[in-house]
Design a protein around this ligand. Structure first.
Ligand code: ZN
Length: 453
């Protein structure tokens, strides 16, 4: 054992103690940031180690128990989860504390932060096989664990529900071109202003369930996560009794068009797109792939379905560049453009640099669909066979699959879309032969070289 420091303090009793102050003290007057001894890890049965009870899949939030991940003060002994809040932003939280901008013992004031829509509880919330990668009660912490929060426990929401107006140039064009009609409620006006309910979720993994989805044993998953994150999170190894891990990865956002209560209603139609982040196209509209056009098409069809009395949903996952990241992505772009950018070599270029063609692992993706209470998808606005298989295998029916319309495919992205169709992506168009695939070529850099030299 690296540390056998006796545990001398316990968590605030609940609920008899007074709430702890919600205003952070200034760095100058705050207590030291850390205990004298560095607690590298903890062990089950160690003196004072007493995780707050947590039973994933229990029938309701209170019997399931709160996710307690804070190492703040004496909570380190009572944690029932590994990792830190904030997903990929957890490091920024640590930086803010290091810089002295944030008190390590800060407790948020959650007044008025509650959801703008109360999603009805679903059976899946209490099913430990249906939801393994998010906390199904993560949006309702303030309500479910009020007493604990008032007693000073550091429990944080891992989901939030809000509403917004959004405006997309493509939607304004659709109105202008007669493809969408202004209804004054969902599509507010001809400028393309749309009302939307949004749900953000950070990852909360139930490790036995995640391991099962990937077909590995829990020990292998834990060891691999430990080894290949630079030896981070040693409790993955030393605390097999802790089953929950908050990984430092991106989360997801649900965009809901029309009344949110319709999503789980099996009597109305649902149009849905699952979209994985592609910042270069989604935001900056680079034309090398079909991401932004397909996203805009998905939003248009989601609005249309909602206007027809159904529901439209777009779910946006932070999995940039097939979860390989932008550095890998740009290296691949270079290899493609310098090596003759043809569709038959599209995946090989990625495999040469990343070792695999895709790291998105759709196995965890359907969790959010089950959380929303989706039983069937009438119109699936995606061609991905991986997404389709993951959704159908999780028990949700897909009635119709809608490919991106031909006229929305930018010419330089034919390489991408044809390679994907050839590898199994759904199409209602023609299948391309291997010989034809080699003929599909992207734009070269000749013009650029002219500019550069
Ligand atoms: Zn893209």
């Amino acid at each position: 054992m690296t540390n056998t420091e006796p545990i001398t303090t316990t968590m605030p009793a609940m609920p008899t103690q007074q709430p702890s102050p919600t205003t952070p003290t200034s760095p100058a007057t705050s207590t030291p940031k850390f205990s004298k001894h560095i607690i590298l890890t903890t062990y089950p049965g160690q003196s004072g180690i007493e995780p707050v009870p947590l039973e994933w899949g229990a029938p309701d939030a209170k019997s399931r128990g709160p996710v307690v991940v804070s190492r703040s003060g004496n909570l380190v002994k009572r944690r029932n989860a590994i990792g830190a809040h904030g997903g990929s932003y957890s490091i920024y939280n640590a930086l803010a504390i290091a810089a002295g901008d944030l008190d390590a013992n800060f407790r948020p004031d959650f007044r008025n932060s509650e959801p703008t829509f109360n999603f009805p509880s679903q059976k899946a919330w209490a099913d430990k096989t249906k939801i393994v990668s998010m906390d199904p009660y993560g949006h309702d912490i303030v309500n479910q664990f009020k007493e604990e929060l008032e007693a000073g426990w550091d429990i944080r929401p891992t989901m939030a529900v809000t509403r917004a107006n959004m405006k997309l140039a493509e939607i304004a064009d659709d109105v202008k071109n007669g493809l969408l009609e202004v209804d004054g409620s969902i599509l507010v006006d001809s400028s393309g202003e749309v009302r939307v309910t949004k749900v953000a979720a950070e990852p909360v993994w139930y490790l036995p369930g995640v391991a099962e989805r990937f077909g590995v044993d829990e020990g292998t998953l834990r060891r691999t996560l430990f080894e290949h994150t630079g030896g981070s999170y040693p409790e993955l190894i030393t605390r097999p009794d802790l089953k929950i891990f908050l990984p430092p990865i991106g989360g997801l956002t649900v965009y809901i068009f029309g009344p949110p209560e319709r999503i789980a209603d099996e009597n109305v139609k649902l149009a849905l797109r699952i979209h994985d982040e592609c910042n270069g196209s989604d935001v900056f509209q680079s034309d090398i792939c079909t991401c932004r056009p397909y996203l805009a098409f998905g939003i248009r069809e989601a609005i249309r379905e909602a206007q027809n009395g159904g529901s439209g949903v777009v779910i946006y996952f932070r999995k940039e560049g097939r979860a390989l990241g932008e550095v890998i992505k740009y290296l691949v772009y270079n290899a493609r453009k310098r090596g003759g950018d043809t569709a038959d070599k599209y995946f090989t270029r990625t495999e040469n640099i990343a070792g695999v063609r895709d790291m998105r692992f759709q196995a965890l993706m359907p969790d959010i669909l089950h959380w929303l209470g989706i039983k069937k998808i009438d119109r699936m606005l995606s061609m991905s066979n991986m997404k389709y298989d993951a959704i159908v295998n999780s028990g949700i029916e897909i009635i119709e699959r809608i490919p991106i319309p031909e006229e929305m495919i930018p010419s330089d992205s034919r390489v991408e879309i044809d390679a994907k169709i050839n590898s199994g992506y759904f199409t209602t168009g023609k299948q391309i032969s291997a010989t034809e695939l080699a003929q599909v070529q992207g734009r070269g850099w000749e013009k650029w070289e002219d500019i550069a030299h």
